[in-house]
Write a protein that binds this ligand. Structure first.
Ligand code: F6P
Length: 328
């Protein structure tokens, strides 16, 4: 479809929610309105698309949401959209509303679905990266990452107080299904002693060696930040093994969990969401389709869904090295 024929856009959020999704919805709706487009909000991600659960959104519907966590459009992880019948129903529903193009705010799973769907039905789709995990190639940061890291750092600061008072070793698990971005940034910003992330090979022996070294250097308490997707095992299991090997510390486990997914988005996330929501609509007008909009070196860029979901984004090795050195 020629880009200047796009008059009716549908926007939805899908997958795990992320602080800043509302700011992105607001930017999409208002940019589309500026360009005299009609905009529909689909509820519950692909589930709502399949069920035709969508409504017109106007500029006032997205007032007062820029500071709110979660997503006013709700979100879901849809099994039905993974089936050909589900996608056919979704296509029919979009046709019933005369929707010309979609903007999908989500992560890896969302864009995997978007890529299949856009190829099957030739519907232009632009993806906006909204996931706390920051694990998408084609953008330096994803919406929600900064807020999640700030939440985790606040929790770590509190844990540090009690760890210090009791001379305890804490294992603190942060989110990141297959990635260590949250763990690495949280570890550096909170001054943790060790960080375990899936992208860096390590072993229990090495971890124990580093912790023993810390004891020798008179570290009276410790904090190990563990990415949920780390390769050494569950956080409880890692803590148990360390506890058996080192009797100097009393060990404790804290799992921060879904707290990292909520809360008012940071200024950085609001700014990122505004730029990417705006960029998504203007990108569609310029003829971009089946791509994710991202921010690389502070510039708005477009990356094919294929690259965004298949190319691996790795944590900066200099940061990994620095985290170790600063934690001596
Ligand atoms: O992808 C974001 C994320 O928060 C991951 O870090 C985590 O593994 C997963 O979602 C949890 O998903 P759910 O909320 O469906 O349990």
């Amino acid at each position: 479809m020629a880009s200047n024929l796009i008059k009716r856009i549908a926007v939805f959020t899908s997958g795990g929610d992320a602080p800043g999704m509302n700011a992105a919805i607001r930017a999409v709706v208002r940019t589309a309105a500026h360009h005299k487009m009609h905009i529909f909000g689909i509820n519950n991600g692909y589930e709502g698309m399949i069920d035709g659960d969508m409504r017109r959104l106007d500029i006032r519907d997205v007032g007062n949401i820029i500071y709110r966590g979660g997503t006013i459009l709700k979100t879901a992880r849809s099994q039905r959209f993974m089936t050909a019948e589900g996608r056919r129903s979704a296509y029919e529903a979009l046709q019933a509303f005369d929707v010309d193009a979609c903007i999908a705010i989500g992560g890896n799973g969302t864009f995997t679905g978007a890529q299949v769907f856009s190829e099957e039905y030739n519907i232009p789709i632009i993806g906006v990266p909204g996931t706390i995990d920051n694990d998408l190639y084609g953008t330096d940061y994803t919406i929600g990452f900064d807020t999640a890291v700030n939440t985790a750092v606040q929790a770590l600061d509190k844990i540090r107080d009690t760890a210090d008072s009791h001379n305890r070793l804490f294992f603190v698990e942060v989110m990141g299904r297959n990635s260590g971005f949250i763990a690495l940034s949280t570890g550096i910003a909170s001054g943790a002693g060790n960080v375990l992330i899936p992208e860096v090979d390590t072993s229990m022996d090495r971890l124990i060696e580093l912790l023993r070294l810390g004891v020798k250097r008179k570290k009276m308490f410790g904090i190990v930040v563990v990415a949920e997707g780390n390769k050494l095992g569950t956080t409880h299991e890692i803590a148990r093994q360390v506890n058996e090997a080192i009797d100097f510390y009393d060990t404790k486990v804290t799992i921060i969990g879904h707290m990292q997914r909520g809360g008012s988005p940071s200024a950085l996330d609001r700014l990122l969401a505004s730029r990417l929501g705006f960029g998504a609509v203007e990108g569609l007008i310029e003829g971009h389709k089946n791509e994710m909009v991202g921010l690389v070196n502070n510039e708005v860029v477009f990356t094919s869904f294929y690259d965004a979901i298949t190319k691996e984004k790795k944590p900066n090795q200099n940061l990994v090295r620095m985290a170790e050195i600063l934690a001596i």
